[in-house]
Structures are given as C-alpha cells and as structure tokens.
Ligand binder design. Structure first.
Ligand SMILES: CC(C)(COP(=O)(O)OP(=O)(O)OC[C@H]1O[C@@H](n2cnc3c(N)ncnc32)[C@H](O)[C@@H]1OP(=O)(O)O)[C@@H](O)C(=O)NCCC(=O)NCCS
Length: 118
C-alpha cells in the first residue's frame, strides 16, 4: 500500500514496463507547461471499480493542478464505464483528503494497523 522505501532505477523501469503492458492499469503523465510534473495511476481493482493514485512534484503542488487532473479523470472514467473511484489516503494527508472531498468522495473505511512484535 504505502511504501516509503527508495527503489533502484532497475526496479523502477521493471515496474513501469510491467504496468504499461497491462490492460487493467491506466497511467497518465501530468504535464505542467508542457513538462512532466506528476503521475496519475488508475487501477481496476474490481469490475467497474478503480483505485486512484496521484503524485505531483512538490514545486507544482498547491496550485489546483490535482483538482484539474481529477476532474479530467472523472470524465475519462465515464468513457470507460468505470462506476466507482476509490482513493487510499493517510489520515494526516490533508491536501489529499481535501482534494477528494472537494469532489464529493465519501469516507468509507478506517484502516487500523497493529505491529505484532516477535
Ligand atoms: C495530494 C496532491 C496530489 C494534491 O495536489 P495539488 O495540486 O497540490 O492539489 P489541489 O489541486 O487540491 O491544490 C491544493 C491546494 O491549492 C489550492 N488551489 C490553489 N489554486 C487553485 C486553483 N486554481 N484551483 C483549485 N485549487 C487551487 C486548493 O484550494 C488546495 O487547497 P487545500 O489543500 O487547502 O484544499 C499533492 O499534494 C501530492 O502529490 N502529494 C504527494 C502524494 C500524495 O499524497 N498523493 C495522494 C495519494 S492518493
């Protein structure tokens, strides 16, 4: 789910090669003034349900770009007969929560985690 580990260039390339070959995973590059500044991933997790993952370079955050991207994503979803969009967000990720709530996404689950010590 959330993995903060740094990955190698080889792992990165293998990840994208696999991802771009799959029909159930959509990937979009977010261009700002023509330059790539973010990635939006949309994964089919169940029939008609897709999970969103969006990331923007910090230098372009706070300007409404993700808002525009999600607006366009919703239009795209309509063309693909996607009926439900899901987003996993950490509770302290306020800008991300604001982003989805602005569009009317409803809070559906709270995930608890417990580390079992050996
Ligand atoms: C979460 C993330 C995608 C949001 O991107 P963003 O472009 O900064 O998001 P927004 O479009 O909502 O804009 C952020 C703020 O700019 C404000 N803003 C400024 N100009 C704006 C405009 N013209 N239109 C709309 N909003 C504007 C918004 O009101 C918003 O304020 P808020 O967070 O207080 O509600 C970005 O912070 C990010 O990449 N974070 C790291 C990865 C991450 O957490 N991803 C989410 C996991 S799904």
């Amino acid at each position: 789910m959330f993995n903060p580990d740094i990955i190698s260039w080889d792992e990165h390339q293998a990840f994208w090669k696999n991802r771009l070959s799959r029909k159930d995973l959509f990937s979009f590059l977010i261009l700002v003034d023509g330059a790539p500044n973010g990635v939006l991933k949309l994964d089919l997790v169940k029939k008609n349900d897709c999970e969103i993952d969006i990331f923007l370079h910090p230098k372009v955050q706070g300007k409404g770009i993700a808002t525009q991207a999600i607006k366009e994503l919703i239009s795209f979803a309509r063309t693909k007969n996607i009926l439900k969009l899901l987003a996993r967000v950490k509770p302290d990720n306020i800008s991300s929560r604001n982003l989805f709530e602005r569009f009317g996404f409803n809070l559906k689950y709270v995930l608890y985690e417990y580390e079992v010590k050996k």
